[in-house]
Write a protein that binds this ligand. Sequence first.
Ligand code: KIV
Length: 264
Amino acid sequence: MSKITSSTLIKFKQEGKKFTSLTAYDASFAAAFDSEGVDVLLVGDSLGMVLQGHDDTLPVTIQDIAYHTRCVRRGIKRALLMADMPFMTYSNPQQAMENATLLMQAGANMVKIEGGHWLLETVTKLTERGIPVCGHIGLTPQSVHVFGGFKVQGRGAENAQRILDEAKALEAAGAQLIVLECIPAPLAKTITEALTIPVIGIGAGVDTDGQILVMHDVLGISSGYIPRFSKNYLKQTGEIRSAIRAYIEEVQQGIFPSDEHTFN
Ligand code: KIV
């Protein structure tokens, strides 16, 4: 079994093979997801909401992510492990390098940061020093208070153009992966086709190279607000490993996300 690397994901993109990603926060779930064939596991700062019970991701610290990254690392044999840089841990390139180093030393293969043009120097510096970067644009949850809520982004020509420009600029700066969150599906398709690097969508339609969901949504155990773009696979399968296999199959066959999980 060969390990998934950023080169594997580029190959998947070139071959038109859709890949799957899920969040994971501990070794046991990580091992189950990994052995069922999830390609990318993310220690997301969503842990602030689904594990810690906060209303948003802002209280999460770099120590929280490093701890859960160490846990998840012990469960993985094949998947690529990505770790989120929390709110205000990468506000300048030097701070980003110090904090990204902690996550790489905890076992991450790549770090994910939220934002567009203001991050370009940081992306280049991290990449040059050996830290692969995934850019996250569209609805960036760390900016929820700027957006005035968890709202679809990229509606209207000007906003759509800005997100497309950000995606291209992040790729040019050295990003090896892009997450697009909550944007209209046609925009996500345009961005995916415009980039050489793989694009993972969440609430971004069926045409991205891969899909990511929060594990608690897939297993139907999120409390409170359930995002429209998520799908409870445990409800239809009744067993955790079958739920994960159903998610993988539906992504690979282009069944998920369907129109009911998509913004147009
Ligand atoms: O923190 C997280 O789980 C994420 C995904 C929703 C992409 O960033």
